[in-house]
Design a protein around this ligand. Structure first.
Ligand SMILES: [Zn+2]
Ligand SMILES: [Zn+2]
Length: 346
C-alpha cells in the first residue's frame, strides 16, 4: 500500500513535470507565422471562400488578428475549421472601414469581448470618435431651447461606435504600438476611396520588416516606402495589394517597384491583389512567391515557406459581384483603372 502510494506520488510528480516542461517549451518557442482565415481563393475543402481578408499573425511573441473578413458566420466556421484560438489574442487590427475587412468583428467580440482593437481614427465613423465642442459656432442670442445642449455642451463631444462596448484604440498617425510593432497610418487619395484611412501592420524583425496589408488603398508602394523608413530590408509582404482591376501597365509598375526598388525578399499576396497580379508576381519572384490561399500558414523568417499548396493557381469566384459593387462605389478602383487605361491610350 505504502509502495503503491509513493509510486502514485512519483507518477503524479513526473506528469506535473511534463506539463510544466511543455509549458516552458511553448513559451520559449513562440510561433512565427501568418495564417489566412478569410479570402476568396484557396483549396481547403473544410473552409469557406468569400471576398474579404483576415489573418492571424503570430510574431514577436504576439498573437495579432489582422482584419476580420466579410461575414461573422463564415469567419466563425473558418476559425473552427482551422483550429485557431481567438480567445487568446494580444490585439486586433482593423485595417480600414470597408465591410470585407471588419464585418466579422462581431464574432471576434462574441468569443473575446475585451480584446483591444486598433482601428483608423476617422472624423466621424463606425469606430466612434470625439471632438472638442468648441468646433461648432455658438449664437448666445438664441433661447436655451434652440441651442445645442441648452447652451452648455460637454467639453468633449463623443460619437458612438457600431460596437458599443468594444475596446477601440483609434490610430491617427503611424505609431509603434509595441516594441518593433508599428501601425502605418496612411490616407487614400484614389477617386472612389478619397480620404479613406488605412492601417498596415509592420513588424521589424532580425531578418527585416514583415508587412501585412489589408487592401492597400493608399497604394502598396507608399505603404512599403513608409515601412522602409523603419528598416529598408523588407523580408515579407502579405495581404491585398489592391490591383484587382488594374491594367497591365499599373501592375508592371508595382511589381517592378517591389522587386527592384524596394528589393522585397518574399511576397505572399492575397485578397484584392488580383489574378493577373498573382501571375506577374509569381513570374517576378519565382520561389520567393509564397502561396497565401485560405487556410495557408506562411512561415516568417528568411528560409521558410507556406505550409502547403504553394504555387497552385488561385481562383476568384465572385468576380461578377464585386464588379457590380465596384461600379457603384469604386472601392476596387475599377473606374480609376478604366480612366488610367483611357489616359494611357490618349
Ligand atoms: Zn477596402
Ligand atoms: Zn478589401
Amino acid at each position: 500500500m505504502k509502495l503503491k502510494g509513493s509510486l502514485l506520488v512519483a507518477a503524479l510528480l513526473s506528469a506535473i513535470a511534463v506539463v510544466l516542461n511543455s509549458g516552458a517549451n511553448a513559451a520559449a518557442e513562440p510561433r512565427y507565422q501568418i495564417t489566412i482565415l478569410y479570402d476568396a481563393f484557396g483549396s481547403d475543402p473544410a473552409m469557406t471562400k468569400d471576398w474579404g481578408f483576415s489573418a492571424l499573425v503570430e510574431i514577436a511573441g504576439k498573437r495579432i488578428l489582422f482584419d476580420t473578413g466579410d461575414n461573422a458566420d463564415i469567419l466563425a466556421a473558418n476559425v473552427k475549421a482551422r483550429g485557431v484560438d481567438l480567445t487568446n489574442l494580444d490585439f486586433v487590427v482593423l485595417s480600414h472601414r470597408h465591410s470585407d475587412h471588419m464585418a466579422g468583428l462581431s464574432y471576434v467580440l462574441s468569443v473575446n469581448p475585451t480584446v483591444k482593437i486598433f482601428a483608423p481614427k476617422e472624423a466621424f465613423g463606425i469606430y466612434g470618435s470625439s471632438l472638442p465642442s468648441s468646433f461648432y459656432r455658438k449664437d448666445e442670442s438664441l433661447p436655451p431651447d434652440m441651442r445645442y445642449y441648452g447652451g452648455k455642451p460637454p467639453e468633449i463631444m463623443k460619437f458612438g461606435s457600431a460596437w458599443a462596448n468594444a475596446r477601440f484604440e483609434l490610430i491617427d498617425q503611424t505609431t509603434e504600438i509595441a516594441p518593433d510593432i508599428t501601425l502605418i497610418a496612411l490616407v487614400s487619395d484614389a477617386p472612389g476611396t478619397k480620404e479613406l484611412k488605412e492601417l498596415s501592420l509592420a513588424v521589424n524583425t532580425a531578418d527585416g520588416m514583415v508587412l501585412v496589408v489589408g487592401c492597400s488603398h493608399p497604394g502598396i508602394e507608399r505603404i512599403v516606402e513608409a515601412a522602409a523608413t523603419i528598416n529598408p530590408r523588407i523580408q515579407l509582404i502579405a495581404g491585398g495589394f489592391h490591383l484587382v482591376a488594374a491594367p497591365d501597365e499599373a501592375i508592371t509598375k508595382v511589381v517592378t517597384a517591389l522587386k527592384d526598388r524596394f528589393k522585397v525578399e518574399r511576397i505572399a499576396p492575397g485578397h484584392c491583389t488580383g489574378e493577373p497580379t498573382f501571375t506577374a508576381l509569381k513570374k517576378a519572384f519565382g520561389d520567393k512567391y509564397l502561396y497565401a490561399g485560405l487556410g495557408t500558414s506562411i512561415g516568417i523568417g528568411p528560409n521558410t515557406g507556406s505550409d502547403s499548396r504553394r504555387g497552385e493557381a488561385p481562383t476568384l469566384e465572385d468576380l461578377a459581384t464585386y464588379r457590380k459593387l465596384a461600379n457603384r462605389q469604386d472601392p476596387f478602383g475599377v473606374m480609376r483603372s478604366r480612366s488610367l487605361l483611357l489616359d494611357s491610350r490618349l
